[in-house]
Design a protein around this ligand. Structure first.
Ligand code: NAD
Length: 274
C-alpha cells in the first residue's frame, strides 16, 4: 500500500507520511532509508545539520525506484542563513544528496535574533524560480514570522514543519498555516516516544486493535497534516507505515485533541539559534 498524498498550493504533491532521519548517523542512514523504501515509504526528511544527506543520497541512488516517485526534503541550517550563504549551502546539500532537484527545501529555524530569514527567503525564491527545488517552505515558524514573511515576499511557503504531537498541539501555528493555504507538517509526531504510555491513547489503541504509535499517526493523517515519524528498528518502521487501513472515529480524534498540555519537547523558535 502506498501513502496518500497532499497537494501544495503550487500543485506539487507530497506523500503525507514520510520518514525522518534525525539522529541517525551517516553510516547507518543508507541501510535505514533502504529499509524504509522497501517498506513503502517514498518521502524522506533530512537536513544539512543531521550530517546524513550523503547516506540518504546513497540509498536513493541504489533503490531502483524512479526518481519521480521519490520525495526528498532537506533544510538550510541556521549558520548558513543570508542570500549568498544560502545559495552555497543549497549546492552543498544537493551535491551530498546527489540529486538534480530537491523536492522540498525548508528554512530550518527562523532565528529572529539574526533577522536574516527574509533575505534567506529571497534565495529560496531564486532556487525555486531556477527549478532547482520543486517547492519551498519553512520550519519552526511562529505566526509572527509567517506574517512578516508573507507581507514582504512574493512566494508563499508551501509548508511549515513544526513540533506537533498529542501533548503539544501547536494550534495557533496550525491555524495560521491553514489561513494561508500552508500545509502543516508534524515533527516529533510521536513526541519522541515519550507519550506512548498515555492511558487515553492506550485505550483507543486497544479498541482499534492497533499500537499507540499507529493511533497517533492516524490522528495526524486524519487531521490533514504531513507526518514524518523516525525509527531505526525495521519492525517499527513497518508498524509506522501500516496506518492506511483503519480509521479513528470523531470521538477518538477529539479525545486525542484534548490531550494537549501545551508543552514543547524541543526549543522555542522565538529564541532558538541566536
Ligand atoms: P518521533 O516523534 O518520530 O519519535 C521517534 C522515536 O520514537 C524513536 O527514536 C523511537 O524511540 C520511538 N518510536 C518510533 N516508532 C515507534 C514505535 N512504532 N513504537 C515505539 N516507539 C517508537 O521523533 P523525532 O525523530 O524527533 O521526529 C521525527 C522526524 O522529524 C525527525 O527524524 C526529523 O526528520 C524531523 N524533525 C525536525 C525538526 C525540525 O526542527 N524541523 C526537529 C525534530 C525532528
Amino acid at each position: 500500500m502506498s501513502a496518500p498524498t497532499l497537494t501544495f498550493h503550487n500543485g506539487v504533491e507530497i506523500p503525507q507520511l514520510g520518514f525522518g532521519v534525525w539522529r541517525v548517523s551517516d553510516d547507518e542512514t543508507e541501510a535505514v532509508v533502504t529499509t524504509a523504501l522497501e517498506t513503502g515509504y517514498r518521502h524522506i526528511d533530512t537536513a544539512a545539520v543531521y550530517g546524513n544527506e550523503q547516506g540518504v543520497g546513497r540509498a536513493l541512488a541504489a533503490c531502483g525506484i524512479p526518481r519521480e516517485e521519490l520525495f526528498v526534503t532537506t533544510k538550510l541550517w541556521n549558520a548558513a542563513q543570508g542570500y549568498d550563504a544560502t545559495l552555497r549551502a543549497f549546492e552543498q546539500s544537493r551535491a551530498r544528496l546527489a540529486v538534480d532537484q530537491v523536492d522540498l527545501y525548508l528554512i530550518h529555524w527562523p532565528v529572529p535574533s539574526r533577522d536574516l530569514y527574509l533575505e534567506t527567503w529571497r534565495a529560496f525564491e531564486r532556487l525555486y524560480a531556477d527549478g532547482l527545488v520543486r517547492a519551498i517552505g519553512v520550519s519552526n515558524f511562529l505566526p509572527e514570522h509567517l506574517d512578516r514573511l508573507l507581507a514582504e515576499s512574493e512566494e508563499v511557503p508551501v509548508i511549515n514543519q513544526v513540533e506537533l504531537h498529542p501533548r503539544f498541539r501547536n494550534l495557533a501555528t496550525e491555524r495560521a498555516d491553514a489561513a494561508h493555504r500552508i500545509l502543516t507538517e508534524a515533527w516529533s509526531p510521536l513526541g519522541q516516544g515519550t507519550i506512548l504510555e498515555d492511558p487515553t491513547l492506550a485505550g483507543i489503541a486497544e479498541a482499534e486493535e492497533r499500537t499507540v504509535a499507529q493511533v497517533i499517526l492516524r490522528w495526524h493523517l486524519q487531521s490533514g497534516r504531513v507526518v514524518i515519524p523516525k525509527s531505526v528498528t525495521p519492525s517499527r518502521i513497518a508498524e509506522n507505515f501500516a496506518v492506511f487501513d483503519f480509521e479513528l472515529s470523531g470521538d477518538e480524534l477529539s479525545a486525542i485533541d484534548a490531550l494537549d498540555a501545551g508543552g514543547r519537547i524541543g526549543p522555542d523558535p522565538a529564541s532558538f539559534g541566536g
